[in-house]
Ligand binder design. Structure first.
Ligand SMILES: *Cc1c(COP(=O)(O)O)cnc(C)c1O
Length: 362
């Protein structure tokens, strides 16, 4: 790693590709002859309009987003989407939430403020360490949507197969696996992602919504700003967007396109995760906490035999130059988040460190 940078295993904000950061650094004082940085630029200027248009076009290319889906760049991060989804999509006042961890739980708790929530499947019984069997989901006919969190950042599980929801739209929180693998957008009514996990700087969410789900007739209590239609009608320029985040995310989209797209990224992610899981699977000191068949390629929680030893490993990892390996308090232990921008060398270095630690202390 150059510039004294560290292998940062944070669950978000997380690493960005070094090449992208270098480009941003080179443009920060004077963006392509405009005489100013993107931070200082009017969001109504032609220069910024081009940045926004290219970001959307590149994301569409990357994911193969069909024409009948809108792409929205919305402020408020991930958490605001917990409210925007039910506010905008609950027509009949009923939604199904699949409860698989901390983030889907937060989403369903918020949705209950706006309507009835049913939970046809949950993995709460084993501390969200697996994805429940959803092959025979009972979805009420009048349900407005079925919601899931496609990668549970804290519990380290991921949906490797999507549930069948028939004509009921599927809504997915892709925050911690967005752009980590190819995505068949047609399977969803709405996809959203907070960008600070797998794409760029915090403070923005990307929403991909099928046009027929945009509504004119929202309840009066819904603020204008929280209507998806407001953002769709104004092409993400209803007010000042998070210009900086749009710009940096746009750079990451171009970087992914230039490096083989999502197929290639998915291969790199599989390779990285395989390195770490192969080590954990043979270790008698470190143990992964998620069920093998449902584990995440992005967030890898693991534990040692005791809390004291967990803490000792975290401290030693810090001294060895790694950062943010402490697990979330609800799971304990350690967690390595190995998002798109974590280099393979970072995972190899971590595995070497853990192997040596086990030899000396295990
Ligand atoms: C981080 C995260 C969120 C919340 O994002 P904020 O931008 O911090 O509000 C929601 N869902 C998932 C899966 C996350 O990883």
């Amino acid at each position: 790693m150059r510039y004294g940078r560290t292998y940062n295993f944070s669950a978000g904000p997380a690493m960005m590709p070094e090449e992208v950061l270098e480009e941003i650094a080179a443009e920060v004082l004077n963006y392509r002859g405009s005489g100013m940085s993107v931070m200082e630029m009017s969001h109504r200027s032609q220069v910024f309009q081009q940045i926004l248009d290219e970001a959307e076009a590149d994301l569409r290319k990357l994911m193969g987003i069909p024409e009948n889906y809108k792409v929205l760049f919305v402020q408020g991060g991930g958490t605001l989407q917990f409210a925007m989804v039910p506010m905008n999509l609950m027509r009949n006042g009923l939604a199904c939430y699949l409860e698989t961890g901390a983030w889907s739980k937060k989403a369903l708790t918020e949705a209950r403020k706006y309507g009835e929530v049913v939970v046809p499947a949950s993995s709460a019984d084993r501390n969200f360490s697996y994805i429940p069997d959803c092959s025979h989901l009972e979805i009420p006919e009048k349900a407005d949507y079925v919601y899931l969190c496609e990668n549970e950042t804290i519990h380290g599980t991921s949906w490797h197969t999507l549930p069948e929801t028939g004509t009921v739209p599927l809504v997915s929180d892709q925050s911690s696996m967005f752009l980590s693998r190819p995505c068949d957008v047609r399977r969803y009514g709405l996809i959203w992602a907070g960008v600070q996990k797998n794409v760029g700087p915090a403070g923005m969410a990307i929403v991909i919504i099928r046009e027929d789900l945009l509504r004119e007739d929202l309840p009066a209590f819904v603020p204008t700003y929280l209507s998806y239609k407001t953002h769709a009608d104004s092409a993400s320029l209803y007010n000042t967007p998070n210009c900086w985040s749009v710009y940096c995310c746009g750079k990451v989209f171009k970087y992914l396109l230039a490096n083989g797209g999502l197929e290639a990224q998915s291969k790199r992610n599989e390779e990285k995760a395989a390195l770490l899981y192969a080590f954990l699977d043979q270790s008698s000191f470190f143990n992964g906490t998620a069920a093998k068949e449902h584990r995440s390629l992005m967030n890898v929680p693991f534990v040692t035999p005791s809390r004291e030893q967990d803490a000792a490993v975290v401290a030693a990892s810090k001294a060895a130059g790694f950062d943010n390996l402490k697990g979330h308090k609800s799971v304990g232990g350690l967690r390595a988040s190995i998002f798109n921008a974590m280099p393979k060398a970072g995972v190899t270095a971590l595995v070497d460190f853990l192997r040596t630690y086990e030899k000396e202390h295990g």
